[in-house]
Design a protein around this ligand. Sequence first.
Ligand code: LLP
Length: 440
Amino acid sequence: MLAAIPDPAADPSLRDLIAARPNLKYDAMAGLLLDGVPLAGIADAVGTPTWVYSAAAMRGRYRHLTGAMTDAGIDLHVHYAVKANDGRAVLDLFNRQGAGADVVSGGELRKVLNAGFPASRIVYSGVGKAEAELRLALEHDIGQINIESAEELAMIAGLATTLGRQARIALRVNPDIDAGGNDKITTGRATDKFGIAYSDAAMLYAHAATLPGITPVGLATHIGSQVLTLAPYRAAFRRLADLVVTLRGRGLPVETVDCGGGLGIPYRNEPAPSPTGLAGTIKAAFHNLDVRVVIEPGRWLVGPAGVLLASVVLVKQAPGMRFIVLDAAMNDLVRPAMYDAWHGIVPISAIDAAQPTQPATVVGPVCESGDTFARSRQLPPLARNARVAILDAGAYGVVMSSTYNARPLAAEVWVEGDRWSVIRDRQPVEALWAREHLPA
Ligand code: LLP
């Protein structure tokens, strides 16, 4: 199921978009502020396109999430899904909060180790961990490796034995539940490549317990991303809880249940579940099982904490159409092109924001019609060089960027209190060919 293009009549107004985002507000003179810092000043100094993140938003969201779990009386361990945004500053922030990390590649594993995450707080998921990546995980003795197939279990048992290591593994179970979101990011159906079939899980867990080099510690699942209702979680967790009971009934120890990530955010001010709601769902499923609960949120923690600043290159009028052409493009933020994702787009200038709106199509300069950020979007008249902020760009933004059309990677800026600093320089154009060689 692909997300349909949303009905523009149901779009929130600029005012409603800002009102729903506590870190953003307009100042009549300075324009749009992120935690009190004028975004226009950042754009003037660093240029555009530029990603800007609020440290306060990330920290606040982390505390909100863990607070909701504590209030529900859950023994919880948050493993930040670093794929959402693996910038050094972001990793450092969550490490200081005491979070663990959920990684899906040797590169991410190296990044979080380099950022100082203790190996014991690292979980490694993914359907195709290469031998060298598994070896790296074993050599660092990371906290947990989520196994996604019988084939992978055999591979890791062999490696662990050779290396003289003991691998703490969880079986990632595919609960065959449709999380109801975008087809491309739904992961818990039997036809998805992820996890071990529910019907095979108990047998494989028992088998794992007999293998040298393997210590099964529990079960994991992850049903998808940008999940907007609790019902699929409820169904998946119930299946997992049943499996815990079955395994224990066979005398097999199960300490940990890893509930995955996926908690959605209201990009379009649509109803979305709260951490309290998720906590209630976890509690309902596992409260009498005495398990250690892990969650792997990515988007919920960082998505709303970031914006992508862009400038208007020109406004192109065509019969019945107004195209606002930005200097940011699908190579920077690919989500609209890739998933038909809806992102709020707001002017930086308070004067622009106060003008009456008209429909516009907001595009980037890349040579593909898919390089479209928004269609039929109500926006004020925006002149050349006007700035806009594309909202909720903190997750799956910079990490999915490319240099398509030889467009260097954008700069990144960190806002901490009333100060800001560049955390990643804009890529110099020479870097685009620096590692190329003419054939011998
Ligand atoms: N755990 C596992 C095993 C995952 O595969 C993912 C995301 C997460 C946790 C974190 O999910 P989150 O809480 O962020 O929803 N590029 C897409 C999203 C891909 C998500 C992939 N897996 C997007 O831009 O919407």
